[in-house]
Design a protein around this ligand. Structure first.
Ligand SMILES: [Zn+2]
Ligand SMILES: [Zn+2]
Length: 257
């Protein structure tokens, strides 16, 4: 099974997974990059589209792709979708040509946001997490609360460390700049910054990234670590427990330039 990141808009990735005959895409905000790729690979059939949440940069290509390919769409049961969608909730699963996907509800960025996890035979697992977890960061809280997002990230962080984190945006360098302001002494973070800077200088994606790397460098997965919590509390005296610390960290990032 092969995994490809199709760039879309300024900084989105539409993830494409394919076998010898079938293809699946995740969060096609634009149909054009997907249709161009399918045209270049005429032996493959796009038969499944996964959607993590309702924002237009993740759903804008659905109508055109469904009209052109007849692909089935699987997405969040709790959100409005622009095309008929098989709604999925926490604990649901489905099969795609022998690959078993698990569905995790991860509210925070939006209230119905879901993530998809699967373990292809002989490969590291895949995590399609939309705008919940980014490399070095997390999604903005447009609909959910800090407590919901912290719980969602805790549950993603509990997945196998080798999981390949497939986020929907290339926000890594700006996230890592903030992460370095929070944890300047984190050596794994300094290494990852150098690695990602090299990748971006060649306009290569910084994704996917291993979940265990994220757990070592992402302040939003590390808000209970003494180094992160101390930095947040120095920044915001209202940060007194896990949730208020996470909320203050998210607010600090919102204001960070
Ligand atoms: Zn979004
Ligand atoms: Zn997005």
């Amino acid at each position: 099974m092969k995994l490809i990141a199709l760039p879309a808009f300024a900084d989105n990735y539409i993830w494409l997974l394919h076998t010898d005959r079938h293809a699946l895409v995740v969060d096609p905000g634009d149909s054009a990059p997907v249709l161009a790729w399918m045209q270049a690979h005429p032996s493959l059939q796009l038969d499944t589209i996964l959607v993590t949440h309702h924002h237009a940069d993740h759903t804008g290509g659905l109508a055109e792709l469904v009209a052109r390919t007849g692909a089935r769409v699987l997405g969040p049961a709790l959100e409005q979708m622009p095309v008929p969608t098989q709604g999925l909730q926490q604990g649901d699963g489905f099969d795609w040509h022998g690959l078993q996907f698990q569905v995790h509800e991860v509210p925070g960025h939006t209230l119905g946001h879901i993530a998809f996890w699967a373990q292809p035979t002989g490969q590291d697992p895949l995590l399609f997490c939309g705008d919940t977890l980014f490399s070095g960061g997390c999604g903005r809280l447009f609909e959910g609360t800090p407590a919901q997002m912290l719980d969602s990230l805790d549950r993603l962080a509990a997945l196998p460390g080798a999981s390949r984190v497939c986020c929907a945006h290339e926000y890594t360098l700006s996230n890592l700049k903030f992460a370095l302001a929070v944890e300047p002494g984190n050596l794994a973070l300094q290494d990852h910054w150098a690695h990602c800077t090299r990748l971006r200088s060649q306009t290569l994606p910084t994704l996917p990234v291993a979940l265990h790397t994220e757990c070592a460098i992402n302040p939003f997965l590390r808000s209970r670590q003494a180094s992160v919590a101390a930095a947040v509390r120095q920044h915001d005296r209202l940060a007194v427990d896990d949730v208020t610390t996470f909320a203050a960290l998210r607010q600090w990032k919102n204001d960070f330039r």
